[in-house]
Design a protein around this ligand. Structure first.
Ligand code: FES
Ligand SMILES: [Fe+2]
Length: 428
């Protein structure tokens, strides 16, 4: 990984004050501000259904429904396994295409009148009720998005198709030497896909913050008896930055929303690399695409009850964060600030929040809702009830709702309000 030491941020004296504002600003000044023209981890490869020869109608596979940057999307594969992503609305009468089926032609068939969508172009290529000799209307097409797969993850590019062609691909999952991490006899891969009703920015901050572990994760990976003073040194990378509170540990951020953690349980003896896509599916909603490579307890992956134990432990750790982040999100919606007073070790999440403020948090030119016709804003869509629906957890590793631990602040089916982006000047 190409890195540039950022000496001026290595020992910020006053992370919450004016100087820190300048220093943490340096950390993200090189990152692209256009968060639409980026690759986003949106699903595990194993969760996207593939067309089956001879299967149509009810017997056929259902596609995966999800969303990205507030735009409902649908994913499926053709017979060869190639994955496609288009907007989840039929070009005929806007029925959700995700209610349809993956036809054995490899095209996506709408549930309403059976029109079929070609994933490569987004065009309708079959209309069963079309009169003989008539051609398919030229505007019978739907926005389609580039898809890329790597390391068992499906990435989607929600920006311009032309820009995706020339853009570099998402970074591989690598070990410390830069070699790609792959499943092998010495490394096993654990994956999870979980939808959470919290803003992705809160999870990114949380994963960049080692000081919460002894308290928030008591009972799993935390132990308050192990608390010690922490000092974070920070380094800029080509597409983000990372921090270290100890040699051999690393908390990293890669724009626009990905986390790279190196947290070996016993440094020098065990390796644990975690890659976590905290994908903003909508304001106030995120999908976590989690993969962890470990070189210890590898046998557990081959023994189903032990594998379940590992998966449940990981979920428990995630849900420990989830419950407190949901409460924090509620306070932020009540107009509290994401940062009040800070200490040195907060410099990493603080730098991220400043990047967020320049990108996802921008009210006038933010990423939300631009995928439709650009005329509606979020309030209009909420009035239409776009988000007054339950989660679709296709691809989520857990059963359908209510599948997450209950938090008294959670209210099912609530619209996904964004965090308030117009923080007062005093915070900036
Ligand atoms: S609404 Fe999809 S085919 Fe008519
Ligand atoms: Fe945590």
């Amino acid at each position: 990984m190409a890195t540039t030491p950022l000496l001026s941020t290595e020992r910020p004296e006053d992370p919450g004050g004016e100087k820190a504002s300048e220093k943490t600003g340096l950390l993200h000044s090189h990152l692209p501000l256009d968060v639409r023209n980026q690759w986003y981890a949106l699903a595990l490869s194993s969760d996207i259904p593939r067309a089956k020869r001879g299967k149509v109608g009810a017997a056929a596979e259902s596609p995966m429904s999800t969303s990205l940057l507030g735009d409902p999307l649908v994913l499926w594969r053709d017979l060869s396994g190639k994955a496609y992503c288009v907007a989840d609305r039929c070009p005929h009468r806007s029925a959700p295409l995700s209610l349809g089926k993956v036809h054995d032609t490899g095209h996506l068939e709408c549930i309403y009148h059976g029109w079929q969508i070609d994933g490569t172009s987004g065009k309708v290529i079959e209309i069963p009720a079309l009169e003989e000799g008539k051609s398919i209307p030229s505007n019978a097409k739907v926005p389609h998005y580039p898809v890329f797969e790597q390391d068992g993850v499906v990435y989607v590019w929600p920006g311009s198709v032309e820009e995706a062609l020339s853009a570099s691909k998402p970074a591989r999952d690598t070990d410390d030497s830069g070699a790609p991490l792959v499943e092998s006899s010495s490394f096993v891969l654990q994956t999870l896909c979980i939808d959470l009703p919290i803003d992705h920015s809160l999870m990114v901050e949380n994963l960049l913050d080692p000081a919460h572990v002894p308290f928030a994760h008591e009972g799993t990976i935390g132990n308050r008896k192990m608390v010690e003073p922490l000092h974070m040194t920070v380094t800029k990378t080509a597409n983000g930055f990372f921090g270290r509170v100890k040699e051999g540990l690393r908390n990293g951020f890669e724009a626009p929303c990905n986390i790279v953690l190196y947290t070996p349980p016993i440094p020098g003896k065990m390796d644990l690399y975690q890659y976590i896509g905290c994908t903003p599916t909508a304001p106030g909603q995120m999908r976590m695409i989690y993969r962890a490579y470990r070189n210890f307890a590898t046998f557990a992956e081959k023994i189903p009850p032990l594998k379940r134990l590992f998966d449940n432990m990981t979920k428990k750790i995630i849900f420990q964060d989830y419950q407190l982040l949901l409460g924090q999100q509620q306070r932020l919606r009540e107009r509290a600030l994401p940062w009040n007073s800070t200490i040195q070790v907060d410099c990493l999440p603080l730098a991220y929040r400043k990047y967020w403020q320049r990108t996802f948090g921008k009210r006038s030119d933010g990423p939300w809702w631009r995928g439709w016709d650009g005329k509606m804003d979020i309030e209009d869509l909420e009035k239409l009830g776009s988000w007054d629906k339950d989660f679709d957890c296709n691809g989520c590793a857990l059963p359908r709702r209510p599948h997450h631990p209950q938090n008294p602040l959670e209210h099912s089916g609530a619209p996904g309000h964004a965090l308030r982006p117009d923080y007062p000047a005093s915070w900036r």
